[in-house]
Design a protein around this ligand. Structure first.
Ligand SMILES: [Zn+2]
Length: 111
């Protein structure tokens, strides 16, 4: 997918892409486990690495209108979740700049 340099994470628990095991996020960056993605449970992180971000799209969710960008694994191109650019409801603003990763698309990576 065009990116040659990949970032490696350190932490108590590292989540990686289930397909190619590229490091994506450390448990220390997890904000919430209580999210729902397109394939079931999903996690909210404030830092995710080794992803490519798609173009902005407006999406209406149960919590209102959001501008989001799909995120893809930089190695294998799997769609992993999305990034919140903007939340229109004041109560949802904390999600801006954060990332959703779908639990079913993650694996624990041995470090
Ligand atoms: Zn991958």
């Amino acid at each position: 997918m065009g990116m040659t340099h990949r970032e490696y994470l350190w932490g108590d628990r590292i989540y990686g892409c289930s397909k190619c095991h590229t490091h994506l996020a450390a448990i220390e960056s997890m904000v919430s486990r209580a999210f729902t993605g397109q394939h079931g449970r999903a996690y909210l992180f404030d830092k995710v690495v080794n992803v490519i971000t798609g173009g902005p799209a407006e999406r209406t969710m149960t919590t209102g209108l959001h501008t989001v960008r799909d995120i893809y694994c930089c190695k294998c191109g799997t769609t992993l979740g999305w990034k919140y650019d903007r939340a229109y409801e004041t109560s949802q603003r904390y999600k801006e700049g954060k990332f959703i990763l779908e639990r079913n698309l993650l694996v624990d990576v041995e470090i």
